[in-house]
Design a protein around this ligand. Structure first.
Ligand SMILES: Nc1ncnc2c1ncn2[C@@H]1O[C@H](COP(=O)(O)OP(=O)(O)OP(=O)(O)O)[C@@H](O)[C@H]1O
Ligand SMILES: [Mg+2]
Length: 389
């Protein structure tokens, strides 16, 4: 009897200690997750690590994270132990098509951890025979949030599991909140870096403009002046050579400063060009057809080209009247800058005469676009840019 009681107490103590140890391990993993989230600055690496740790601590088999942008476009950003049916063709089932959890997220219906959602991707994998689904049919899903901002979804699933306990969901939610906060921190840091970069570029542009540019300009003027002081053909030739070189250096410096200059695109390219036209004292009309919602690289390209075209109009066209038309279609955006000024002699197909115009062409071609220049003396000049979207 004594022995039996003794063994009973011993067993109970062992079970209690085991439970305590498990609890301790869980807490320890959560601590490591929190530490990683706090330190890591590489988003992809962080998500992959945290997902694996979360699955380890919960004993759940598979999981994946979608990051979702403001327009509802998603990217698979981490995944662990997906069944073959979902990794088919380099994870194609996870990278295209919609699903119910994304719909709920985008409709704003998914605020907290949702227990079980039937998985549309798994259903498709079965229907189209993409491969084994390892008994997975449903998943739990939780939005990644920081305050009111949302960044994506965390999904987890196990074979034949159609219900997640309150405890599992609470843990999922706690980790999801931490991930959301970490994503926000990384985004803020990136933002800060790019602000610092812009400030640095502005400073460099200003310094180059005020120092090197002015010195080169003085050099050009001095050489020009010195040429007046001699009639020696050899000296004149040397001076002309110096004049050409310094003129070239000045042009290159101008181009460099041009590329470093601030963006000024906070309110979109149409408004930026409108303001620039005002700065130059032009009588500019900007006409927009379609909705301007362009990728940053294209906006920046249109902005730079538009700026140079307006500069030329101001410097060379001998008129204040100019029009810019931007029309956005499904597959391309077209920008035309037209003035009714003095024009210049240019035949289609002819080599582009100089730096300003050829940089416009290069900028458009860098984005696989087209650049067309037409100018007729006494009628005016038109520049047309077409960039594929
Ligand atoms: N809108 C325009 N009206 C009249 N002439 C123009 C116009 N745009 C360009 N040109 C002529 O084409 C030439 C080449 O222009 P481009 O922009 O390449 O060089 P730039 O304006 O002279 O110098 P930079 O742009 O390097 O300051 C100009 O010098 C000018 O003669
Ligand atoms: Mg120019």
């Amino acid at each position: 009897m004594y022995n039996y009681y003794h063994r009973f107490v011993f067993n109970r103590t062992v079970i209690r200690l085991k439970k305590e140890e498990q609890q301790f391990q869980k807490l320890n993993t959560l601590k490591t997750i929190a530490e990683t989230l706090n330190q890591c600055n590489d988003l992809q690496e962080m998500l992959q690590y945290v997902l694996k740790e979360l699955l380890d601590v919960t004993g759940i088999e598979t999981g994946w994270i979608f990051l979702i942008d403001e327009k509802g476009k998603y990217t698979l950003s981490a995944d662990y132990m997906l069944p073959p049916g979902l990794t088919w063709k380099h994870k194609q089932p996870m990278c295209e098509g919609g699903c119910w959890c994304l719909n709920q997220y985008n409709d704003g219906r998914l605020e907290r951890a949702a227990n079980i959602i039937e998985c549309k991707r798994i259903e498709d994998a079965i229907e189209y025979k993409w491969g084994e689904t390892n008994g997975i049919t449903h998943h739990a899903t939780v939005p990644l949030r920081a305050g009111t901002e949302k960044f994506g979804l965390l999904n987890i699933a196990s074979p034949n599991k159609t219900h997640f306990s309150e405890e599992e969901l609470a843990l999922l939610e706690a980790v999801a909140f931490q991930i959301g906060t970490a994503i926000k921190r990384i985004k803020l840091a990136e933002n800060e870096q790019s602000m610092a970069l812009i400030a640095e570029r502005n400073r460099l542009a200003r310094d180059l403009h005020d120092s090197v540019n002015q010195l080169l300009f003085s050099l050009v003027l001095t050489v020009r002046g010195t040429k007046e002081m001699t009639s020696d053909p050899q000296v004149l030739e040397m001076l002309s050579y110096m004049q050409d070189l310094s003129q070239e250096a000045l042009s290159e410096m101008k181009a460099l400063i041009w590329q470093l200059r601030p963006q000024g695109l906070e309110n979109g390219v149409a408004s930026a060009l409108m303001n620039y036209g005002k700065v130059l004292g032009l009588n500019l009309k900007v006409d927009v057809k379609g909705v301007i919602d362009l990728p940053n690289t294209i906006e920046e390209c249109l902005w730079r080209i538009g700026q140079e075209a307006l500069n030329n109009c101001k410097k060379h066209a001998d008129t204040r009247d100019a029009t810019i038309t931007i029309s956005v279609k499904e597959s391309s955006v077209t920008m035309e800058i037209e003035d009714t000024g003095c024009g210049f002699h240019y035949e289609e197909g002819q080599q582009i005469p100089s730096l300003g115009l050829s940089s416009m062409k290069e900028r458009a071609e860098m984005l696989n676009g087209l650049f067309e220049l037409s100018s007729v003396v006494s009628k005016g000049t038109k520049i047309k840019i077409i960039i594929p979207l």
